[in-house]
Design a binder for this molecule. Structure first.
Ligand code: 5GP
Length: 195
């Protein structure tokens, strides 16, 4: 997006439960760059620790469909194949980039493909825990899914890993701080590169 707008689009994907949110939260407080996390819209229910407007904008399916028809989403997806939709608000991204922000999207692999078709200069990072066994361990410790949901997430993760080669950078989230430092360095390197 460097050419038309002054900001930079950053896409971070990776299996659910890989600790993406914790890494991004810390990255946002530490990076010297003007990072802005894009809050997605979803039809899934909030988890106990989640807040509307901070973690997601939680809406019902009907509202989602009408916003989609109105063209409000830069991309949107039914991520787990059971009726839960997720979408990136076009306005949030465009306004952020116009204001010179480094807009960070935390979206799935299909969302990444849709966005990079429209914005090929987006910087793409795949963040993952290193192995599926490690991911299973983290999901079990988090304990927010029942067994069926957990198995579905592992299956999705297995498929998502196949998209790893489509990303410019791979970061293993072995410890949060190390992953944050690595992403920080990638972003600063990009700033040097694009000037
Ligand atoms: P969770 O339900 O665990 O918060 O997220 C499930 C998956 O949805 C994650 O892989 C996350 O990256 C993805 N996701 C969250 N927001 C969006 C979005 O706006 N668009 C797309 N395509 N995926 C999203």
């Amino acid at each position: 997006m460097k050419n038309e707008l002054t900001g930079q689009l950053v896409i971070v994907s990776g299996p659910s439960g890989a600790g993406k949110s914790s890494v991004l939260e810390r990255l946002l407080t530490r990076s010297p760059l003007p990072l802005q996390l894009s809050i997605s819209v979803t039809t899934r229910s909030p988890r106990p620790s989640e807040q509307d407007g901070r973690d997601y904008i939680f809406i019902d399916h009907e509202d989602f469909v009408s916003r989609r028809e109105a063209g409000e989403f830069l991309e949107c997806m039914e991520v787990f194949g059971r009726g839960h939709w997720y979408g990136t608000l076009r306005q949030t991204v465009e306004e952020g980039l116009e204001a010179g922000k480094w807009v960070v999207l935390e979206i799935d692999v299909h969302g990444m493909l849709l966005v990079t078709e429209q914005m090929p200069l987006a910087l793409t990072i795949f963040l993952h825990p290193g192995s599926l066994a490690e991911l299973e361990d983290r999901l079990r410790k988090r304990g927010t899914e029942d067994e069926k949901d957990l198995q579905r997430r592992l299956e999705v993760a297995r498929k998502e890993l196949e998209y790893l080669p489509r990303y410019r950078f791979e970061v293993i989230n072995d410890t949060i701080d190390r992953a944050v430092d690595e992403i920080s360095a990638i972003l600063l390197g990009e700033r040097e590169h694009v000037g």
